[in-house]
Write a protein that binds this ligand. Structure first.
Ligand SMILES: [Fe+2]
Ligand SMILES: [Fe+2]
Length: 152
């Protein structure tokens, strides 16, 4: 797989996740306004949890190679990967926990928090190892700071 193929696959999954998140957020909003949508809220949360799980597994397969040979070279790649994978577990666990709670009002509130954290997680990936200046098929830049996005 070329770097750009890896990038396209993971970004496509991010786009799908964002769509599922928008749908879940909309149901949560309606629940908070008093609509009785407990079942829809749980189904939507579980759909998102499943898609997130599949994405996380794929990312965990690909990330070690990206931090070792890709354009993104953190000082402590193993530590970075370890923390990243723990975040995956926490995010997925939060969605599963939320989906099993019978109180729809509680679910809606906690779901919104989990969605915000997940959005941040994905945005951070898109600023680092998924950034187009780092994950492309050209030869790496000889200037170690060339093209590196700020704050990475
Ligand atoms: Fe991730
Ligand atoms: Fe991701």
């Amino acid at each position: 797989m070329t770097p750009s193929q890896v990038r396209s696959e993971l970004l496509r999954q991010h786009a799908d996740l964002r769509q599922l998140m928008e749908a879940a957020r909309e149901i949560a909003r309606r629940v908070r306004e008093g609509e009785s949508l407990r079942r829809q809220l749980q189904a939507s949360t579980l759909r998102l949890a499943d898609a997130l799980n599949a994405h996380n597994r794929r990312e965990e397969e690909l990330l070690p190679a990206l931090t070792a040979d890709g354009g993104w070279a953190p000082a402590d790649p193993e530590g970075v990967n370890q923390r990243h994978f723990e975040e995956h577990k926490t995010l997925h666990g939060a969605l599963v926990e939320v989906s099993t709670e019978p109180n729809a009002g509680w679910v809606a509130g906690h779901l919104v928090l989990a969605l915000d954290t997940l959005l941040e997680h994905m945005a951070n990936e898109e600023r680092t190892f998924l950034h187009h200046s780092l994950l492309h098929d050209d030869e790496p830049d000889t200037d170690p700071y060339g093209g590196r996005p700020l704050g990475t």
